[in-house]
Design a protein around this ligand. Sequence first.
Ligand code: GMT
Length: 378
Amino acid sequence: MSELLKIGITCYPSLGGSGVIATELGKLLAEKGHEVHFIAHSIPFRLGKTFQKNVFYHEVEVSDYYVFRYPPYDLSLANKMAQVAKMQNLDVLHVHYAVPHAACAFLAKQMVGDQLKVVTTLHGTDITVLAQDESLKDLIRLAINKSDAVTAVSNDLIRETRNVLDINRDIDLTYNFVDKRVYYPRDMPSLRAEFANPNEKILMHISNFRPVKRVSDVVDIFAKVNKVIPSKLLFVGEGPDLPKIQCKINELGLGDKVHFLGKQEEIADVISLADVLLLPSEKESFGLVALEAMGCGVPTVGSEAGGIPELVKHGETGFLAPIGEVELMAEYAITLLSDVALSEKFRKASLKRAREDFCDELITKEYEDIYYRVLGRP
Ligand code: GMT
């Protein structure tokens, strides 16, 4: 058996794909016997409230001394990382999202010494949005180049990182994953009846309603589908574009066909209500929500953006069209929703793909192998 490790994990602890992956990974590593120390400004929401063996949480406190115009969270985080690494004798700091976490880990390593290894996982917008910003670009490049290992969640994101930052170093591919004990199809007839009649199909969109998600396209797709197929649209999540979307739905007279569920924690229950997930994003380094849907047997209709085609197999587990091609996406959704045999075929293919190619054991092992490699303990 391989040696058990002490691993520090830093992520954005609130809702969001990078925080979900970081927290689920930490829990799985702890189940395997590793000691996992989360270092963040609040408890990662997916961690749960009950005590879990081998899981610890260290809170970053920020000084609000009066001379600071902006409280220096990044510096406090770096200092806390170093403190925890020394006190707990951490082997590895695994940071998720380059800004500021990879830069903080670099600073922490200067305080602790080279025996502390830093693994940085890039999740998407840290590269596709922030690394384009000249006020952060050089810092992100430094933090990536100084990490002992860098991973990214799709081949597309690896390509984008190299292009945007002119980086040549090795970057490991580590896809997002789902825990099969959580993501499986759930039969929820009474909950489904709350939103749709038995003859109606349910289309769903889950996101943080930021401009990159192109939520307006979701409404356009649904408007077209709804003309042909009795259906309802369920929105899950909240974010800046939500008010605009609500106005658009009312203008189109679709108010009685659309439900807004707000933020939800039991995503597997909610996704299981859907017949199809809509993901027409402008940018999407992977698309964790499409994988969560896949794990529940729900196919995706969406865009070919970023890493989505690495996950959703066009014509097998969903349908993809160029970004903004709402007419084509609507046609695909209609094709899928009007053919029971095709839907069932996609459902089975989705379940198989989620379990075989993106399962928790496989990806956790890939991360463990990276830790052992940087520690020189194969
Ligand atoms: O989708 C978002 O805007 C949230 C964002 C995040 O940083 O939490 O998600 C990113 O990381 C996820 C986990 O690796 C990926 O599955 C998402 O595709 C990625 N989002 C984007 O690239 C826009």
